[in-house]
Ligand binder design. Structure first.
Ligand code: BGC
Length: 817
């Protein structure tokens, strides 16, 4: 690595304009190169479900990992490390230097749109897994970018809201994972969030938050990396530059550039503020091998997709297994049922999206594992989506006779700039049209052949007019702004439909959509039109009846229920916790038909399971990524233990949720629950969830023999040495969890209990093993807002060792004088 002196020398070779030029993206994903100092272009790409790449590579596909909440459920730091290394291999293959992952935000509300992208509702669990991912990435020479700093835990109106949090909760809960990841793994970059924070002493958007970026992150914590803005999050020149933001993404336009040069010239921004940003950029470039001849980068290694299968299987949580149904003893016939059995939801939506090279769905995975000998029948049991499928080339014909939908690109004066035909009704496109395009006119003739009722459904973003046979079906006068991309409208434009009844003869419907290109500031220009069609088919009731018949005839029924791309995504928060469609009715009907029913929940965030104690076995399978089917088969048929533990609390009823939503009121999201995040709020309210934080049965049993407590060693506050025996029938993993109950002082809002440490052990049937859990002093400390420092309140602390936040097996005490 170059010395600080060398970095300063390099900066000294650049004039002001040359320095400032480096601080705004050259395009959507790269920073500008500067040959004068040997700086190559630093290229970024999204994580954290894989590495999407920039879209410029020959092969746009990649490895698709389980979504982060699945990794959260493994509680396995070593797996996190290995996953980081896999991301690094993917990044190197794609020419990416910096991966925009991991997320260190918290699952503060169960409805948060990016819940699946966060690891946990607990700061410590989040930090330890995020640190693992950072180590894995950076150990292989790829920068991690820990995001979104800070308190950006919900999506509704996320570019505008301000999170109001008292300083103690901010320190103890929301900053805590960032602080710990920094201390443990030293990430080379951090992303400043869209949202703002009001901590009582300053209220500002995060890109301009001087107290948090400059004072806490850089000065107090000594962060020497690069602070990158979230995409199009920077709205000011001086305020953001002096607050501690280092680079504005994306570019090439943006609020810095010439405006920042001018601000430095007239003294509003000191030159050394700019120099510091450039030093940070060069330091990062050296770390990832983009600064000529300086810095060392390890040789890239190939990624092992087998790891994705292991994580997907190990992350699955056995919520319930009455009568020891799991794993299934070689069944002769399996009825695989459910909307997510036929269309698994493998990754969450939004910027984390990865085009997977290959995916193994549940049907394929089960079929491969069952082999020729066993019968597998597959039934959807009703659709769970509101939106019907995209129009396909089979029924759509462009005006020139080509199958598909035609687009004409028009200039502002109406002149035609070009045309294209796509074989699908999915016409979402980002900048993928001739320069100067102002409007896009889509045309197609849809042939409706089967007798019965057909549904044509349309969703368009921004200003548009859509007609069917000349009649207006969808119309909008409003222009869309940046929120259109980030929020719902680009990915999920509101839909309108037209039903057409077909008799003896086919019907042709002429569809025309006239769309104005949407200019999403900072992001580029797009159009988004979804043309959809559903031919007549069986009703949901018919589908459920068929599924029930199949279940009754099979040895076992495996029902896969869950969310889908209409439910879990960046860009919006959910409005309720129910499973979409008729899935609850489907589960109940199938379970009534076959007592050997396993329900598999394919969701990244909590959904209510009102039938949970009516079915023998419930397995939470997350958004499992490309190896979904193999992983489920490994678990169902006894190859890999589903050793996951819930990284969040699963509510039994919507009305029990302590923090049910995070909708801003007058622009403010009020974190009024203070330090009582997740299970802490449940404990404080004395409410009973369906399944507690940390719960997961695995496939064996454990007896906790004894726990010894000693102070230290070294940095640790105390260490618990726990002896436990695997008393069940199989080799298994146990997550030994330690919860701390601080002395309850009415003048100090303290959680009833909080996760203070954990360790993973593995033992054969009958084997006794020892788990060593170090508890950091910080777990017991409180932030003293007045004094601006941490302190350890005196009193008696209880340390409960057990299997979940509500299943303590052994207790020790520690007195602080
Ligand atoms: C997201 C970030 C992401 C960035 C780039 C933003 O909308 O909030 O998490 O890294 O886009 O895709």
């Amino acid at each position: 690595m170059p010395s600080e002196g060398e970095l300063a020398d390099l900066v000294g070779r650049l004039d002001l304009a040359a320095k400032v030029r480096l601080l705004t993206g050259a395009d959507l994903w790269s920073l500008p190169p500067e040959p004068a100092v040997g700086l190559g272009a630093v290229t970024m790409s999204d994580g954290p479900q894989g590495v999407r790449g920039t879209g410029r590579e020959d092969d746009p596909t990649g490895l698709l990992a389980p979504a982060p909440s699945a990794l959260g459920a493994t509680w396995d730091v070593e797996l996190a490390d290995r996953l980081g290394a896999l991301f690094a291999a993917e990044a190197r293959r794609k020419g990416v230097d910096l991966v925009l992952a991991p997320l260190a935000n918290l699952q503060r509300t169960p409805v948060a749109g990016r819940h699946f992208e966060y690891y946990a509702e607990d700061p410590l669990l989040t930090a330890r897994l995020a640190a693992g991912v950072v180590r894995g990435l950076q150990g292989a020479g790829v920068a991690a970018c820990v995001k979104h700093f800070v308190a950006n835990d919900s999506e509704t109106d996320r570019t505008r809201y301000v999170s109001r949090i008292d300083e103690r909760a901010l320190r103890e809960v929301y900053l805590a994972p960032f602080e710990q990841v920094l201390a443990e793994a030293g990430p080379w970059s951090v992303m400043a969030a869209y949202s703002g924070v009001d901590d009582g002493s300053e209220s500002a958007p995060m890109a301009e938050h001087r107290g948090l970026l400059r004072r806490v992150l850089k000065e107090e914590w000594g962060f020497d990396g690069l602070v990158v803005s979230d995409w199009a999050a920077t709205r000011s020149t001086v305020a953001s530059a002096v607050a501690g933001l280092d680079v504005v993404m994306p570019g090439p336009e943006g609020p810095w550039g010439d405006a920042l040069v001018a601000a430095v010239r007239d003294g509003r921004v000191p030159m050394d503020v700019v120099d510091d940003k450039v030093v940070r950029l060069l330091r990062l470039a050296a770390r990832v091998g983009r600064l000529d001849g300086r810095g060392e980068r390890p040789e890239p290694v190939a990624a092992d997709p087998g790891l994705l299968r292991t994580i997907a299987a190990r992350s699955m949580v056995v919520l319930r297994d009455e009568g020891g149904l799991l794993p299934l003893a070689a069944p002769e016939s399996v009825a695989l049922i459910g909307p997510n059995a036929v269309r698994p939801y493998l990754q969450g939506g939004g910027s984390a999206f990865v085009p997977a090279r290959r995916v193994v769905g549940f049907e394929e995975g089960l079929r491969a594992a069952l082999g020729e000998g066993a019968r597998l029948s597959v039934h959807r049991g009703g659709d769970a989506r509101v939106r019907v499928p995209f129009l396909t080339a089979a029924s759509a014909t462009a005006p020139d006779g080509t199958p598909g939908v035609e687009a004409r690109y028009l200039a502002a004066d109406g002149g035609e700039l070009g045309t294209a035909v796509r074989p699908t009704g999915d016409w979402g496109t980002f900048g993928d049209f001739p320069p100067g395009t102002h409007r896009v006119v889509l045309r197609t003739r849809v042939t409706l052949a089967e007798q019965g009722t057909h549904r044509l459904q349309f969703g368009c973003a921004g200003r548009h007019r859509l007609t069917v046979d000349g009649e207006v079906v969808s119309y909008e006068e409003e222009r869309g702004g940046v929120e259109v991309v980030l929020g719902s409208t680009h990915n999920r434009p509101p839909v309108r439909h037209r039903d057409l009844v077909v008799g003896d003869a086919p019907v042709h419907a002429e569809v025309e959509a006239d769309l104005e290109v949407v200019d999403a500031e900072g992001y580029g220009r797009f159009v988004s039109a979804h043309l959809r069609h559903r031919p007549p088919g069986p009703t949901v009731q018919d589908e459920i009846a068929r599924a029930v018949r199949a279940a009754a005839e099979a040895d076992v029924a495996v029902v896969v229920v869950g969310t889908n791309e209409e439910v879990e995504s960046e860009g919006w928060d959910r409005t309720d916790l129910s499973l979409p469609g008729h899935q609850d009715a489907l589960v109940r009907a199938v379970a009534a038909a076959n007592p050997r029913t396993v329900v598999v929940v394919n969701a990244g965030a909590p959904v209510l399971l009102p039938w949970a104690d009516e079915v023998p076995a419930v397995l939470w399978a997350w958004l499992p990524g490309q190896e979904a089917g193999h992983a489920l088969a490994d678990v169902l048929f006894g190859r890999t233990e589903p050793s996951g533990r819930l990284p969040w609390t699963l509510p039994a009823r919507e009305e029990d949720v302590p923090v049910p939503h995070a909708r801003p009121v007058a622009g403010v999201v009020d974190y009024r629950e203070g330090p009582h995040v997740g299970y802490r709020a449940w404990d404080r309210a004395g409410r009973e969830p369906a399944f507690a934080f940390g719960h997961g049965l695995g496939w064996t049993r454990w007896h906790y023999e004894e726990a010894a407590l000693e102070r230290g060693p070294g940095e640790a506050w105390c260490t618990l040495t726990v002896r436990l025996t695997n008393t069940g029938p199989r080799t298994g993993h146990e997550v030994v969890q330690v919860y701390l109950t601080p002395p309850q002082d009415p003048s100090l809002e303290r959680p009833v209990r909080l996760l203070a440490g954990f360790a993973m052990v593995r033992a054969r049937a009958g084997e006794t093993v020892t788990a060593t859990v170090a508890v950091p002093r910080r777990a017991a400390e409180v932030w003293d807002t007045g004094a601006g420092c941490w302190r350890l309140p005196p009193g008696r602390y209880l340390l409960r060792v057990g299997r979940s936040s509500r299943d303590a097996r052994l207790t020790r005490t520690l007195d602080v004088p």
